[in-house]
Design a protein around this ligand. Structure first.
Ligand code: DMJ
Length: 458
């Protein structure tokens, strides 16, 4: 009963009584809410991976903490000029954290959050001690790549380097070019980028005759386990990193991969419906429709299309997702656009639709994208705010809160709201390229001649 009151009744009451934001939200509002949530993390979860906002407790991803929330939050603190908090995280991670832990970690997840976050910390501090720690973490992660195909294993033990999990989805197989490239640049050692690139080239060489990749692959046999092709959760950042790594480093091997991939995607995936154009699932060999399901991760695609110079398609894409947001006042994790039904109704405070609103606003200058973001923010305040922070939602139909504050809320969701509302114009898509966890890297920090040498690009 106590648990029921704690996790069900209190959040409902809070949602009803919380000061519903009626005025137009500003970047300052976002910053204040970020600080409020960060203070809650400091109070109730310091030293742990995540805050549980309803029970005011903490949890860790593994049997020991990897301090994922602070590492993920750091770059947003720098973007928001929260220097006092940033300094505290920096000192803590640098002086009190060791990655010599006998735990199996998810290679993909810690690459985008921990390695990406640490690299960004080094970018902002230029502290050699931070670089030492970043390299140490990168070296431990690199052990995951010792498969016959070069595609990393799902799990790697940070202490022993032991690996397990040969079945990986395409995002888990091929989303390392960006972080490993930056690590190669900072350490002047091409081995990181070369390992990541080997995995990507393997995937590309396994593409179908119509230039599509599948959903899951076995990294020991090199065979596709699942031949569904799509752009959402499970594949998403594979495409994202081909384009973004090209934008950051101009590796000539990547551009043709993007160019051929986008032609195939534009040809086979769009599905024209009464509620908009959705990018459904197709068979990678035939291009025939296999499913009409999408994931809310798909919503990042409009932003990526902007970076590729295709704002027209991006606008159409965003319209469909905006319609879905309005249907529930939040978005469901998985949705069947033909049936009009969610089949996984959770909303984890994910950033993708906000990220795309930011890119579209930047590249088109149209105020409708700012208005979209303001609406999303007001809905998040209405349904996800708790007395100390924010919570993910178990079901977008009932708005029941879930007692979780994912680390990407600090890294991505609040950063994109802040940038969209005009909080820091210096951090923009012309000057920075963001990793998939929204850690921003300044293009001018990577000199073309040095890139070639340090990453081993021919
Ligand atoms: C983030 O962890 C990353 O952006 C990842 O690539 C997919 N989306 C989640 C948040 O929704």
């Amino acid at each position: 009963m106590k648990q029921f009151i704690l996790t069900t009744i209190i959040p409902c009451l809070l949602a009803i009584t919380s000061t519903a934001q009626t005025t137009t939200p500003t970047a300052e509002d976002v910053k204040n809410e970020f600080v409020r949530s960060w203070e809650a993390y400091r109070t109730y979860a310091w030293g742990h991976d995540v805050l549980q906002p309803l029970t005011k407790t903490s949890s860790d991803w593994y049997k020991e903490s990897l301090h994922i929330s602070p590492i993920d939050a750091y770059s947003t603190m720098r973007v928001m000029h929260l220097d006092k908090y940033a300094k505290e995280v920096e000192q803590y991670i640098r002086d009190s954290v060791s990655f010599d832990k006998d735990i199996y970690v998810k290679t993909f997840e810690v690459n985008i959050r921990v390695l990406g976050g640490l690299l960004c910390m080094y970018q902002f501090t230029r502290d050699p001690r931070v670089l030492r720690q970043t390299k140490d973490f990168g070296d431990r992660l690199l052990k995951a790549f010792k498969s016959p195909t070069g595609i990393p294993y799902y799990w790697v033990n940070l202490k022993t380097g032991a690996v397990k999990g040969s079945k990986v989805n395409t995002a888990e197989a091929g989303s390392y070019l960006f972080e490993m490239g930056i690590l190669s640049y900072y350490t002047k050692d091409p081995k990181y980028y070369q390992a990541a690139k080997k995995a990507n080239l393997y995937l590309w060489n396994k593409r179908s005759t119509i230039d599509l990749v599948g959903e899951e692959i076995n990294n020991e046999t090199g065979e596709w386990i699942n031949r569904n092709s799509f752009i959402g959760a499970g594949v998403d950042s594979y495409y994202e990193y081909i384009l973004k790594t090209w934008l950051l480093f101009k590796d000539p091997d990547l551009k043709p991969i993007w160019d051929r991939s986008i032609i195939a995607i534009n040809r086979y995936m769009p599905d024209h419906t009464a509620t908009g154009i959705w990018y459904g699932r197709v068979n990678m060999d035939t291009g025939e429709r296999t499913a009409t399901t999408v994931t809310l991760y798909d919503a990042f695609w409009a932003g990526l299309l902007c970076l590729a110079g295709d704002t027209a398609r991006a606008a159409v894409f965003q319209d469909a997702w905006n319609g879905l947001w309005h249907k529930y006042g939040l978005e469901p994790m998985e949705y069947d656009y033909r049936k009009g039904l969610p089949f996984n109704p959770v909303y984890d405070l994910n950033p993708e639709i906000i990220e795309s609103a930011w890119y579209l606003h930047y590249f088109t200058g149209q105020s409708k994208y700012l208005a979209m973001g303001q609406q999303y923010y007001q809905d998040m305040i209405k349904y996800c705010k708790t007395d100390i922070a924010f919570s993910s939602i178990a079901d977008v139909r009932t708005k029941k809160q879930n007692n979780e504050l994912p680390t990407f809320f600090f890294a991505e969701t609040m950063k994109y709201y802040y940038l969209l509302f005009g909080g820091n114009d210096a951090i923009n898509p012309d000057n920075y390229v963001f990793n998939t966890e929204a850690h921003p890297f300044r293009k001018s920090g990577f000199h073309p001649m040095e890139v070639k040498k340090r990453l081993g690009i021919q």
